[in-house]
Design a protein around this ligand. Sequence first.
Ligand code: DCP
Ligand code: MG
Ligand code: MN
Length: 352
Amino acid sequence: PHVAGEKQDPAYNKAIIEQLTTLMSYYDKIKTKGSKENFKVINYRKAITAIRALDYEIKSEEMALKVPRVGKKIAQKIGECISLGQMKKLSHLDWDKERSQVETLFRSVYGVGSEKATEWYNKGLRTLDDLRKLPDLTQNQKSGLKYYHDLLVRIPRAEVEQIGLKVETSAKNLHPDIQSHVTGSYRRGRPDCGDVDIVVARPNIDRGEELYQIMEHILHDLKNQGFLVDDLSVPYYVESMADGLKHFKYMGICRLPGANSVHHHIDILVVPWMHLGAVLIYFTGNDICNRSMRLLAANRGMRLSDKGLFAGVLRGPKRKRVNEGHWVAGRTEKEIFDYLKIKYLEPHEREC
Ligand code: DCP
Ligand code: MG
Ligand code: MN
């Protein structure tokens, strides 16, 4: 028996085999569980194998139909390949392929979603340089383009630690009791990270004014040091509906000292002490783990957010919430797990 790829395809059916293979990979890529594409992939594979084994050239659709395991539809495509040089389906695919490649490229820029990517493609834009000329880019799209290549680089744990230390040192210079936690994929123990996610809080401090001052100090200090080099957002806050406490958020671009150091994306949250546990759970993730914990809370008549765990939550039709509920836990992570009556998960166990 032949090992795949071991035998050279005979020159006489080469184009047919190549084009069928492209179609097969296309269906393989778009297939979903139980969809008809699953059968197409199998049928294409069988047909390709059969054609590979032939010792003669297929010269017409009729000839193709006589090949065992080649059905009517595939035979028709072979006919197109012979008479037109290319299977018709492929020319549509090529168009789709180009669009999807360009849109994927655009979406890989920080701050660009699917809608923007499609809009830009439809306008005829094709390259990152095309985007750079746009007059109406948002702040994060501008930074996303400016640091495009650096932002693709994964950050090794050791470097994440150095970045975390920068923020911690700056915060502790303001108040020695401030806590700074590196969360996100780093806290889950990943060997490298896409960005650095930092949560800052100060024991017994919940008031927005004080949290804002902490954020301002850190940003001012780290910009002066040349460590924070650009913004992805201006600092902003989100207010909790339940208790009016504010979470301050910032996203930026940082760079450790050194001629060859790479620019990285950093997220900083300054949050009320009362909410620290809930924020740590949220910002440690991963997102799937967050979703299942929130679902579990909902099933217990509660609600989990980055502000805390809330009880007495009433839900109407379609599980739509009709009230906010009252805050029951959120100061520590442990407190939230306990209240949900589930075993505490260490951060490295939250890789769902
Ligand atoms: N998060 C979430 N839902 C989102 C985005 C984020 O629950 N849509 C939470 C879970 C993430 C955490 O915030 O773990 C941090 O977000 P990141 O995008 O920084 O993701 P990670 O740190 O987990 O991974 P990466 O290494 O890619 O940064
Ligand atoms: Mg992260
Ligand atoms: Mn992040």
